[in-house]
Design a binder for this molecule. Structure first.
Ligand SMILES: Cc1cc2nc3c(=O)[nH]c(=O)nc-3n(C[C@H](O)[C@H](O)[C@H](O)COP(=O)(O)O)c2cc1C
Length: 309
């Protein structure tokens, strides 16, 4: 019998969010999924999280917006996206024919924006869940401001919860004092799961020009450099809430993903690694399968939280 990698991210709820395996893509690093359909069999993934979606289309921040740093990437895309109406009209019908569930990452300036996005996406065929981005470090309004304070995070979560029957995952920011308190507030306000971390606020300076190297001055740091930070936060949050935790931050290999699962994550997201290796998410999945086969592990439940016991 092959090992059982399936995971239920909304235990006991309908509609549920059952994944065939725990490997997801991270928002903003995998487009709308369609871009990678020719690169590998994306239907094998556990879930695809699409680019951050707002009520209106957005142009994003001034260039330059992406910079390689030691062990990571600084980005300040600023939620450039086609807007929710185009997502519903052009992307969802494609996703409706897929086996892999697609989760829409949503972002707004106010709690009412988030609720409106949730209401518009409720019942749309091809949309299996929402990831509420209260953690984007690259937009002036809303964004991370909601993720910094437990009360604001709870208000957005509650507004989304009221507006949808879809599974609700809230994506947390590391740029806060007490991420466990924010996670508890989201769980208390009706989140089905939390995902973490979004990128860490960072900066670089072009010394020849004596100017910040990123158009928006600061950006979000992602990639291998942030993995230990993300792992510590996942470990902390998994001990603070009873809802599933999705780990993200610097995952580039199966070994990285297994660390997050053992820290208590029920699933993982692969982000910046896809830039260096477009097949990264599939490599992570195949590596987990190989590890389980080699170690004689029959189900993912034997791995999740193994380092906590
Ligand atoms: C270019 C780029 C764009 C991103 N866009 C989004 C976004 O739209 N919404 C979101 O919640 N996170 C976004 N993120 C954050 C990632 O989903 C992820 O949380 C972060 O990069 C850490 O994971 P990683 O180290 O594996 O990349 C973006 C990251 C990058 C590098």
């Amino acid at each position: 019998m092959p090992p059982d990698l399936s995971v239920q991210l909304t235990p006991g709820k309908k509609p549920g969010l059952a994944l065939a395996n725990p490997v997801m893509t991270a928002s903003g690093t995998f487009g709308y999924g369609t871009e990678y359909a020719d690169v590998f069999d994306i239907q094998r993934l556990g879930a695809i999280v699409c680019k951050g979606t707002t009520l209106k289309p957005r142009e994003g921040n001034p260039q330059p917006r992406l910079l390689e740093t030691a062990g990571g990437v600084l980005n300040s895309i600023g939620l450039q996206n086609i807007g929710v109406a185009a997502v519903i009209k052009e992307k969802a019908p494609v996703w409706a024919g897929w086996r892999v569930p697609v989760i829409i990452n949503i972002a707004g300036d106010t709690a009412a924006d988030y609720a409106s996005l949730a209401a518009k996406l409720n019942g749309v065929k091809g949309v299996s869940g929402l990831e509420v981005n209260i953690s984007c470090p690259n937009v002036r309004e809303g964004g991370a401001a909601f993720g910094v304070r437990p009360d604001a995070a709870a208000a957005v979560t509650a507004a989304v919860r009221k507006a949808t029957t879809l599974p609700v995952i809230v994506k947390l920011t590391p740029n806060t004092g007490d991420i466990a308190a924010v996670a508890r507030a989201c769980a208390g306000a009706g989140a089905d799961a939390v995902s973490l971390i979004n990128s860490i606020k960072g900066m670089a300076i072009n010394i020849a020009r004596r100017r910040p190297a990123i158009g928006n001055i600061t950006g979000g740091l992602s990639g291998p450099a942030i993995k230990p930070v993300a792992l510590a936060m996942v470990y902390e949050v998994a001990g603070a809430v009873t809802i599933p935790v999705i780990g993200c931050g610097g995952i580039a290999s199966a070994a990285d993903a297994l660390e997050f699962l053992m820290a208590g994550a029920s699933a993982v997201q692969v982000g910046s690694a896809t830039y260096a290796n477009p097949r990264a998410a599939l490599d992570v999945l195949e590596g987990i399968e190989a590890f389980m086969a080699k170690e004689g592990i029959k189900s993912l439940g034997e791995i999740i939280g193994a380092a906590r016991k």
